[in-house]
Every structure is written in structure tokens, then in C-alpha cells.
Design a protein around this ligand. Structure first.
Ligand code: F6P
Length: 546
């Protein structure tokens, strides 16, 4: 079995060279780098399909990229990519392959996992999704009183919610008549608030849980079924409940018939599962053909990542830039700002993808790590974010590498709005890079008729240091295909960063402890007997139970 190389990155020659290079270049100002080289904007860009990736406004020069590429080679990225795509069990702590790429591969492709061609299995499930979508969308699938379905309710959490909801919201423009809702939190107020909106005769619940053992999802699904049965009957459940899961036994025990189960496999990680039947609510909402376009876009990015040389490879380069800031500049967080309201859930989706994957402190040899790993990701849609937290990015004390994602064309074609939106998009990256010097501030204030003392007092507050790194992704148009490529790009970046940091990106043991304690505390709450806690937790529990 081939798994992954396990090289401590800090022990490589490239890492040491990068450290020396950082010491030499860390104070260079981006503005000066652009002045020194008029072609910098051409040197650090990639044009791929409908993506224009400009990474020239980063605190790098040609040597930085050369050394980062050396690092990628030295940690064995080439071999790692081969094993990743080859279906090897690279999720070592769970002894599983990582094959979300097979979910979007053409049916003619072969990927063998444990001696089975998984692409053929995927295709079978796709046909089932296709048939079901056609029936629900056309109205041929009838509810218990003979009416067509109008509302789809996705019940799931984490990867069984964030992927589908992010895609459905992002592709709202391409949606059909079905109304799609998402219930994830175990907060009962949320589901009860939502149930008030639904008509049991025309609502379809899609219960999504890979393990079918997640407390939140099972509680919400049970509440939904109880609500449904009160209006209809247990015999009608099959027309209104379907499940997506790899745990057929638990689903049938819950009361959903086997023919209403859309399976997935061990080799699909929850946070990478939107391409599988976990994306059923996406396929229902935009139709199967457009769902396939989403998959096709992701597949194109898979091919780019797998075949392109590292110096022109979008996921590789952007991952290495993130390593550069995280490990050499010591930056604490990275922002992702999509300039499209449709993509407002993308940062939340990427928080799970990136932080659940690479938030690890033990390396692939099982040793505690003494360098930084997982980046903290946050963001909001532009221009809203400009009026919320951009102040800190411009003038705060922290460096926050920021990624701007924008589209050349709007969907409704309102050019005036789009020009305004994109003017902000371009202006922010330029402002973050250039900043504003004291002289510029003073000459701006010259017309204000202020005394010299007043001018000198005000100027420092109006100065901007600039030199704030940004990367710009300019994409032709928000289509299912482009979105598929964009999301797959982030998935492969996660992989590359995990390889460099010598960690396992595909397990998530860190979420287990809280789950275990919650189940223990729940028993104590039910028995009204909190026991054995520290004085803080114990007082809080007593206050809750009083
Ligand atoms: O948060 C932990 C986690 O296991 C995620 O990785 C996963 O996406 C989520 O819970 C939901 O799991 P399931 O699909 O099994 O309900």
C-alpha cells in the first residue's frame, strides 16, 4: 500500500532557504516591486480556461516562487498527487482512500479502490439521482394526497449541509420552481420555525448523513417525521422522506425504505461530498444536467491539478503562497471575499473544508508539530465586507492575505451595477497594495483650509501602510461549471497544504471529544444529576437545571 511521503518540511533545504529569503525580503514594499518591474502583472498570473488568477500583488519575487516550488518537490508532492489520484488509502488514520475526484470523473474513467472500479459504482448512483430528479421536478412524483412536490428540505450538518447549501445559494439564478430549505442546527427553534412554513402534502425531506449517527441530523429528522406523521401517516413516509447515507442499516432502522436510499462510500469525506448523492438537493434544485456541469467543471480542475506543471498549477501555487504567509510571515488568518452575493456562503463552506482538514497538530509520523499548520479562514461577500471589517485589513496591525473572487459578467446583465461592484473589487486590491503616504494625505488635505498643526495632527490617522497582500481570481461568469472548478481548486489546495505540513488532511478526530462530552452531559441533564465537573461547568449546569 502506498500512502504519503512524510517529510518534516522545516528540515528541508528549501525551507531553510525560504527562511533566509524571507529575512532578506520581508520589508520590501509591493509598490516598489511594481515600480521596479513594469511587467510584474504578467509574470505572476495564470490564465486557465475562464479563470484569470493574478497573484502579483503578493509579497513575493521570482526567487520566492522558485523556492516554494523546490519545497513542493522536496516534500514529495509529485508522488503524493499520484497516490491521491491512484486510489491509495491516503486517509491513513481511517484506512480509507480519498476519492471525491472519482465522483466527477467521466463514466469511461477507471479508478480502482480495493480492487473495484468505483467510477462504475458512482455512475449507477448518478443514474438513480437523475431518475429521481426528473420525477420530482416534473411533478410525476406525487405526495400522499396526489400533489406534486414544491419544497425540498435538506436535513444534515457539516459536509452534509454546508456543501449543498453553498452550491444551491450560489446557483440560485439557475434554479427551477422547487423551493429548497436547509436545516442543520440541533436548535429546536430552527426546525419548528421552519416546519410552520411547510405543507406536508408537498414537502420532500432529504435526510443526509454519511454515518447516519449524527445527533443533530437524527434529532431533526425525527422531529420532521413526527410532524409529518401527525398530519399524514407512517405509510406515507416513503413518498416524503429519502436518505443519503453509507449506513444502510441505520437508515432502514430509522424507517426509510432501502429503495429511498442514495448511497455513498467510505472514500468520500463528508466535507468533500457535495459531488455525490449528498448533492441531491442541488440536483433537485438546478436539475440533473446542470448538476453534471458542476461536476464537469470540477473534473476539469482535477485534470489541471493532476497534469499541469507546478509553476502554472493554480491549486499548487495558491497553496504555496498560503504556506509562505502562514509559516514565514507568521500571519494568523486569511480572508476570502467573493464579489458576488450568490457566493455569500462560500467562506463558511471553506471554513469546514480548510479548517477541519488542516487543523492538525500531529504529523504523519505521529509526532507533535512545532511549526504552524491550518490557516484560519473567514470572509463575507463584497461589497458588504468593505463596510464591515475592511478597516482592519487596511489599517490594522495584522497582515491578512486576502483573496478576491469576481466575475467579468453579471447574470442579470445590469451593467451599471456590475461596473460599480467590480470597480470596488479592483480598487480594494490596489488600495491594499499601495496604501497612502503622508505626503499624499497632506496634498489631499491641502484644499481643506486647515492650520499646519491641525494637518499634522490628522495626517497619521489618514495614512495607509499598504503592502497588504491580495490574490485576485477573475472568472468569466458564475456558471455551474465555473463554480465546480472553483470549489475543486480549493479542495486541491487543502491537499497540497496538508502534504507540505506533513499532516493527515482527511480525518477529523478533533470534533469527537466535544460530541462525547455532550452525550454524557445530555444524560446528566435528562436525569437532573450533573456530576464530576469542574466548578464552572457544574455551576452552569445547575443554573440551567434550576
Ligand atoms: O463535524 C464532524 C463531521 O464528521 C463532519 O466531518 C461531517 O461532515 C459531519 O460531521 C456530518 O457527518 P454525517 O454526514 O455523518 O452526519
Amino acid at each position: 500500500m502506498k500512502t504519503l511521503p512524510s517529510q518534516n518540511p522545516t528540515q528541508t533545504t528549501a525551507w531553510k532557504a525560504l527562511q533566509a529569503h524571507y529575512n532578506q525580503t520581508k520589508d520590501q514594499h509591493l509598490k516598489d516591486l511594481f515600480k521596479e518591474d513594469a511587467t510584474r502583472g504578467d509574470a505572476f498570473k495564470i490564465q486557465w480556461e475562464n479563470f484569470y488568477v493574478d497573484y502579483s500583488k503578493n509579497r513575493i519575487n521570482a526567487k520566492t516562487i522558485e523556492l516554494l516550488l523546490d519545497l513542493a518537490e522536496e516534500v514529495g508532492l509529485t508522488e503524493a498527487i499520484k497516490n491521491y489520484f491512484g486510489g491509495e488509502a491516503i486517509n491513513v488514520t481511517e484506512n480509507r482512500a480519498v476519492q471525491h475526484m472519482a465522483l466527477r470523473a467521466p463514466a469511461s474513467q477507471q479508478t480502482i479502490v480495493d480492487g473495484v472500479n468505483i467510477v462504475a459504482e458512482v455512475d449507477e448512483v448518478k443514474q438513480k439521482i437523475k431518475g429521481f430528479c426528473e420525477k420530482v421536478i416534473s411533478g410525476a412524483h406525487k405526495g400522499y394526497t396526489g400533489k406534486a412536490i414544491t419544497d425540498i428540505v435538506n436535513i444534515g450538518i457539516g459536509g452534509s449541509d454546508l456543501g449543498p447549501v453553498m452550491i444551491v445559494e450560489s446557483l440560485e439564478y439557475y434554479k427551477n420552481h422547487l423551493k429548497t430549505h436547509f436545516i442543520s442546527n440541533v436548535d429546536g427553534d430552527h426546525i419548528h420555525q421552519n416546519l410552520k412554513k411547510f405543507d406536508p402534502e408537498t414537502t420532500l425531506f432529504v435526510v443526509v448523513s454519511k454515518t447516519f449517527s449524527t445527533q443533530e441530523t437524527l434529532s431533526n429528522a425525527t422531529t420532521a417525521r413526527t410532524w409529518f406523521i401527525e398530519k399524514a401517516s407512517a405509510a406515507d413516509v416513503s413518498k416524503h422522506f429519502v436518505a443519503v447515507s453509507s449506513n444502510i442499516k441505520n437508515v432502514t432502522e430509522f424507517g426509510i425504505a432501502e429503495e429511498n436510499i442514495f448511497p455513498l462510500w467510505d472514500w468520500v469525506g463528508g466535507r468533500f461530498s457535495l459531488w455525490s448523492a449528498v448533492g441531491l438537493s442541488v440536483a433537485l434544485s438546478i436539475g440533473f444536467d446542470q448538476f453534471e456541469e458542476l461536476l464537469a467543471g470540477a473534473h476539469e480542475m482535477d485534470t489541471h491539478f493532476q497534469q499541469e506543471s507546478f509553476d502554472k498549477n493554480i491549486p499548487v501555487l495558491l497553496a504555496l503562497l498560503s504556506v509562505w504567509y502562514n509559516n514565514f510571515y507568521g500571519v494568523e488568518t486569511e480572508a476570502i471575499i467573493p464579489y458576488s452575493q450568490y457566493l455569500h456562503r462560500l467562506p463558511a463552506y471553506l471554513q469546514q473544508g480548510i479548517m477541519e482538514s488542516n487543523g492538525k497538530g500531529v504529523d504523519r509520523n505521529g509526532d507533535k508539530i512545532d511549526y504552524q499548520t491550518g490557516t484560519i479562514i473567514w470572509g463575507e461577500a463584497g461589497t458588504n465586507s468593505q463596510h464591515a471589517f475592511f478597516q482592519l485589513i487596511h489599517q490594522g496591525t495584522k497582515i491578512i492575505p486576502t483573496e478576491f473572487i469576481g466575475f467579468k459578467k453579471s447574470l442579470f446583465g445590469d451593467q451599471d451595477h456590475h461596473d460599480k461592484l467590480m470597480a470596488n473589487f479592483f480598487a480594494q486590491t490596489e488600495a491594499l497594495m499601495n496604501g497612502k503616504t503622508k505626503n499624499e494625505v497632506l496634498s489631499e488635505l491641502a484644499t481643506k483650509n486647515l492650520s499646519q498643526t491641525a494637518l499634522d495632527a490628522l495626517a497619521p490617522f489618514k495614512e495607509f501602510p499598504g503592502n497588504r497582500p491580495t490574490t485576485t481570481l477573475l472568472i468569466d461568469k458564475l456558471t455551474p461549471k465555473a463554480l465546480g472548478s472553483l470549489v475543486a481548486m480549493y479542495e486541491h489546495r487543502i491537499f497540497v497544504q496538508g502534504i507540505v505540513w506533513n499532516i493527515f488532511s482527511y480525518d477529523q478526530w478533533g470534533v469527537e471529544l466535544g460530541k462525547q462530552l455532550a452525550s454524557q452531559i445530555l444524560n446528566e441533564i435528562k436525569d437532573n444529576s450533573p456530576e464530576g465537573h469542574d466548578s464552572s461547568t457544574s455551576n452552569l449546569l445547575k443554573a440551567y437545571l434550576k
